[in-house]
Design a protein around this ligand. Structure first.
Ligand code: ATP
Length: 262
């Protein structure tokens, strides 16, 4: 396709008096892996939630594959899209949260096939075929009949990734997908994310895992207080950041020492 998959222009979001996003412009190209980092409370989750229309912007526009998200033109004015259309738009964006949010009363496979059957109208056989393929991809084919309570956190998160992929999204959003996991379990999830990136999935990833950012990201975005402070390839951001706030953040929070001499 031509043009960016995601385009954000002048995005602002307030909760009451508090403006959390203060004018974000962003484009994400097909196959691009973008990692978003920044201090706690700077608006990373809110940005991702706006991209999935879990939050609606206070101001600004978001285009998904060239189509306005959550809004449409009517009689020369922009009006909210009907809920069913927003749901259709959402099917193009998979989201993985810090908490895995699996249905506890469904097996791993059951969790994955639920939405493709309900939303996309796949038959059980079709959905199961897709679900088994995805379980294999995340290394959990042998756990297909387990309920979430019998899976480790890392396994639950891998099921959650498979569940998001089952809708065949064009973009995947990861909101601190490994923050609730012990390092060993985080690694198995990061490996799945890395595989996905290598296969060409377009990804926007909020994470504190700087190894992932260095090795997998095409671009790193540093957010601070609701704006994009700085962005660039990891090789530049981690060694020669231009903004003092970026240096301070990398040093203090992430214990990364930018090579200031660079
Ligand atoms: N639904 C909401 N209602 C009111 N305030 C909110 C809501 N969602 C987020 N906020 C506030 O917006 C600010 C930004 O939150 P957000 O979760 O986007 O930050 P973040 O950068 O993802 O932080 P963290 O790294 O700690 O998860 C925070 O001060 C938060 O309390």
């Amino acid at each position: 396709m031509s043009g960016p998959i995601i385009r954000v222009e002048g995005l602002r979001k307030s909760f009451g008096e508090r403006e959390v996003l203060r004018g974000i412009d962003l484009e994400v190209a097909a196959g691009e892996v973008v990692v978003v980092i920044g201090p706690s409370g700077c608006g990373k989750s809110t940005l991702l939630r706006c991209l999935n229309h879990l939050e609606s912007p206070t101001q600004g526009r978001i285009w998904l594959r060239g189509e306005l998200l959550g809004l449409r033109e009517k009689d020369g004015r922009l009006v909210p899209r009907p809920e069913a259309e927003v749901d259709r738009q959402r099917t193009h964006i998979g989201m993985v949260f810090q908490r895995f949010n699996l249905f506890p009363h469904m097996t791993a496979l059951g969790n994955i096939i639920e939405a493709p059957m309900r939303v996309k109208g796949l038959s059980r056989a079709q959905a199961e075929e897709r679900g088994l393929r995805l379980l294999e991809r995340v290394g959990l084919l042998d756990r297909k009949d387990e309920y979430p309570a019998r899976l480790s956190g890392g396994q639950q998160q891998r099921v959650a990734i498979a569940r998001a992929l089952a809708m065949e999204p064009e973009v995947m959003l990861f909101d601190e997908a490994t923050s609730a996991l012990d390092p060993e379990l985080a690694d198995e999830v990061l490996q799945v994310m890395q595989d996905l990136a290598r296969e060409g999935m377009t990804m926007l990833v909020v994470t504190h895992e700087m190894g992932f950012a260095r090795e997998v990201a095409h671009r790193v975005i540093i957010m601070d207080a609701g704006v994009v402070l700085e962005q660039g390839p990891p090789s530049v951001i981690f060694t020669r950041p231009t903004q003092p706030r970026t240096r301070e953040f990398l040093r203090k929070v992430l214990h990364v020492r930018p090579d200031d001499a660079g």
